[in-house]
Design a protein around this ligand. Sequence first.
Ligand code: CMP
Length: 390
Amino acid sequence: MDANADSRDMTRQRVFQILEHGRRREPASRAIDWVLIGLIVANVAATVAMTVPDIAARHSAGLQIFDRFCVAVFALEYIARLWTAPDHPMLRGRTASNARLRFAATPLMIIDALALLPLLLEVLFPFHAVVLTRLVRFLKLARYSPALATIGRVIAGERRALLACVVIFVGVLLAAAAAMHAVEGGLQPDRLGDMPKAMWWAAAMLAKIGGSETTPVTTLGSLIAAITVMLGIGCFALPVAIIGRGFYEEIRRRDFVVTFAMVASVPLFARLDAASIAELVTILRARTVPAGTTIIRKGDRGDAMYLIASGAVDVDAPAGKVRLGEGDFFGEMALLSQEPRSATVTATRSADLLVLDADDFRRLLDRLPDIAENVRLVAHKRITSPAPST
Ligand code: CMP
């Protein structure tokens, strides 16, 4: 009985690793990702094709069967994700059913559930238009688009600057509408006679960069319209520039996307609570280095500690070469002792590294004494014993 439960737990953990891939480069999870991406794209294409009468007349049965097949695969995927939820590090410590309930309420799982809904709708309301609800499946691709998550993070990070843009936009809109209403309100009462009408005109001028059907009839009106159009360009360029710069900085900071599961799978962080892991996800930088790259040079000043998400590195320690692999960390000694780097570290294989900057490292150690103790212990062992230690 116990053996059965153990093997079921192990299978569940394995399925979780494949589906949520905390560490990259696993062929099984890559293969499943690509199959699902292929099915989503093909399903959306088939839904679009079904609306063409010619294609629908000839291939309706085939497309229908294909759709049912996709739904079956998506349903299986949904059930598997829900089943493995208790293994998610974010939901550690909860009962299985509680973990599944919480997991079902996460945005990506809600999208997955929505993708299954059209079949139910088609059965309940067999109208032609209902078929188009299948297009919601396109949103499933969000899971596979790390850039989308990055944009979300950028928008959240720049919310104050973006809010300022909204305030500026509304200010310009009100000023332009008031000026136009004052100058031409009497001449064009049906279009500029009251503030709501004038605001509609101003919004059209700001957003469409000209081209409103209301043309000014006075010279002053034309001048106001021209200024409004120019301010409109500025109003739209500002948020684009803010998001663009934030996006560039995020991308430069991260060669790959740091996921919750990836951080939680680092042994050093294994016992952290969900909130601390979530915080680490935002402060760790991600860097991919090709084989042969020197990551740390002996004698340099220490500016960061590194955790190996995948790949391997060689440490040129005084007592001989030491190989470190997935889950290990290095570069902690210089940060702890404030002395120069004690050894040169080179990537033996292409490696995905999580980089913790010196300031963040210090803050982390201050806040989490358990981790500080662990890091100091490993550093001490590395100094005192030449044998590989992590
Ligand atoms: P630091 O001195 O900052 O930079 C070089 C790093 O190599 C060092 O931190 C350790 O993380 C690592 N290192 C040094 N000696 C050993 C060792 N004997 N075993 C494993 N790692 C080591």
